[in-house]
Write a protein that binds this ligand. Sequence first.
Ligand code: ATP
Length: 577
Amino acid sequence: MKIKMKKPKLSAFIKYACITAVALGIAVAAFTKSQGGKTRMTYTDFLNAADGGEVAEVSLGDTSEFTFKLNSSDITYVTDNPRDPGFKQDLLLKGIAVTEGGAVNSGALGSVLWLALFGAGFYAVFHMRSKNGGQKAHSEMALNAENVTAGDMKRLSFGDIAGNLEAKESVADVVDFIKNPGKYASYGARMPRGIIFYGPPGTGKTLMAKAIAGEAGAPFYAVSGSDFVQMYVGVGAGRIRELFKTAREAGQAVIFIDEIDALAKKRGANPGGGNEERDHALNALLTEMSGFSSGDGIVVIAATNRLDTLDEALLRPGRFDRQIEIGLPDCAARLEILRCHARNKPLDAGVDLGALAKQTVYFSGAMLENLLNEAAIIAAKKGEQTITAGDINDSYYIIVAGSPKKDRSGIKERERAITAYHEAGHALASKLLQPENSVAKISIIPGTKGAGGFTVSIPPDKLYYTKKELENQMIMLFSGRAAEEIAFGAENVTTGASNDLERVRQIARDYVTKFNMRDGFFYDKETEKSECEALLGSLYEKSLFTLRSREKTLSGIAASLLEHETLDEKALDELIA
Ligand code: ATP
């Protein structure tokens, strides 16, 4: 027999009241303790102290403030956290000790108290959510917005963004609009309420949004689309309303929504039907945007890697009606980005940034920044005076293939030979079929990113690729697998080609369906598959044919790789000649 128990409502109330009281008590205790020994300093004074070599140690976290100590006293100071990605490195280069993830000397007791507070808070929120279906939960959750107001950090301007000239030009009027919304209203002009930046990761979309806010002197609120997609209906929509309310109160503002696709993917793109919560949040966003008047200096900027996946409702006039592509930088822009990130680094006179810009086709701004940063770390570890061309070279290969594995004792001779033939195949095919590419380096040293070896074949910057060039690219990608087959037999080809095959399949699909480089303009799934199969079959045969016609050279390159582990372009050219 089941006995239905009636829930003791009063005791539940008392329980939550107790939890809240305990949490509050703990919060007060922790707060009192953490503020107790801290003295506030302005960020500018902190910078002066750091430049003057007076700062001993800094403790950074992901909070709006950080703590530090001076050499001259034992006082713990607190100041605003600029949350700038290069901040930690700047400090390290000044010789300041940096710890992450806590306050300087906050002590174990402080951590325990905060843990207890977090635990109690989590318990209360979790229980109330599960009882109320989350309807009220959003009001208790702090909005995860990065509010950067003037004076909080060094404001970014367009001068901090290298390249991206077209994008800067396309948003210049938006900056003016945020500053003087009245001017545009008096002409009856309807300025874009929303702008979408789209392009590959790391190309500077966030940077551009920050610079717009910086140029306009407006507060910047950054959130991510996924912040609004919660399990409970109403939470995301509530957060959106809260965000816009804060922005409206600020008068003028730039609201930046990264990964907008999490919130606004095309309907039907999601197997299993729509997501009610996401639709609620998206509707709330569109409603809030349509609520702006032309006199409000508020602009919403969203970023995505794929414009084509977005719900069309988002792109209608009056919504995100300006869409700006921020693509990978060309050679001139790469040089500018490299110069921009080299500014605060002691580069050796022998470093040729122009040559480096040429070698970094397909690198995004973030990868270029990372390239110089890794090189700076390598130089700092070695204790060198300057960052040398050698450090940048090492950093380049770490970014392309991961750090070289130090312990290679577990790799069998047979596996080394397979890798040597595989890479020799790529290198030889590239030299024979893509003479305008530069084969900068071949290596059979396994990297920490999982590759057994690698061949770096650098194409020149190009606007278009011809049909022949695409075919040669696919043959080159097949040549690792083809070389394995030639050397060890069709039965013994390995899984080492999986990445090449994935890329080859993608190019083949585009070749057939996007660029219509075979007969026919319309394909259903079945014909697309058979066209791709036929194309790839014939290209693999061509790959075998190309390598067989130079089989001795192929073996020569493989043998040289087994002996030296890496080869540069000069050595490769000599072997082929
Ligand atoms: P994601 O799509 O992954 O969010 P994103 O396009 O928003 O990336 P950002 O976060 O703006 O890219 O850029 C990352 C970092 O790359 C920047 O902090 C900066 O250091 C560097 N960077 C990117 N583009 C540029 C550029 N044009 N000039 C200078 N630095 C750049």
